[in-house]
Design a protein around this ligand. Structure first.
Ligand SMILES: [Zn+2]
Ligand SMILES: [Zn+2]
Length: 193
């Protein structure tokens, strides 16, 4: 694993700026990897890790950077819960740990740096130095991952009977004897114009 400073430098570059979310995300991911005993997530241990993130803000980019887990590799799964939290699953051992940022860390950052006006500045500095215990709660958990949730899993592809678009393994919906995609059953996030 790299040092906090190295990760922050890379995170700032990848994300476009350094912010409190980046610091929090980097530290959260580093703690997760340390707890699991995963040393080099980007090379030797590359296929060992699946990460669930519960927020799609700045910290998510930082978690992806440190863990090497990306959406494109199916190693990063997004749960839209709006929480600054992530769960790291070690596929080699089956162990998993969920780490969440404490709300109280914001107050603590204000106390540590009353001289700074901007919250982001306060937190950016404070989150670098704060202890893991002040920043996070951790919990060992169990995550059931069916084979198709593993990175690199190749399942069959099926075609929607209504729109004809291909759908990857188990994302289809079976309704009244028809095989349909999520869009055709009405779960659309877009409308044709
Ligand atoms: Zn940011
Ligand atoms: Zn369809």
């Amino acid at each position: 694993m790299h040092s906090l400073d190295e990760y922050l430098r890379d995170a700032a570059q990848a994300h476009g700026h350094l912010c409190a979310g980046q610091v929090l995300g980097v530290r959260l991911a580093m703690l997760g990897l340390t707890k699991l005993g995963i040393d080099v997530p980007r090379s030797k241990d590359r296929k060992r890790l699946v990460t669930f993130v519960e927020i799609d803000r700045c910290a998510t980019d930082a978690v992806a950077l440190v863990t090497g887990c990306g959406l494109g590799k199916r190693a990063l799964t997004f749960r839209d819960w709006g929480k600054m939290a992530a769960t790291f699953v070690d596929l080699a051992t089956g162990k998993a740990i969920r780490i969440a940022a404490k709300e109280s860390s914001k107050q603590l950052a204000r106390q540590m740096h009353p001289e700074l006006k901007s919250k982001n500045q306060q937190q950016m500095l404070a989150y670098r130095k704060m202890s893991n215990d002040d920043l996070f709660t951790t919990q060992w958990v169990k995550v059931d991952l069916p084979p198709e949730e593993f990175p690199g899993y190749r399942g069959e592809r099926i075609v929607c009977e209504l729109c004809g678009e291909g759908i990857n393994f188990r994302r289809e919906v079976r309704r009244e004897g028809q095989i349909l995609c999520r869009s055709c059953v009405g779960e659309k996030y877009y409308e044709a114009v």
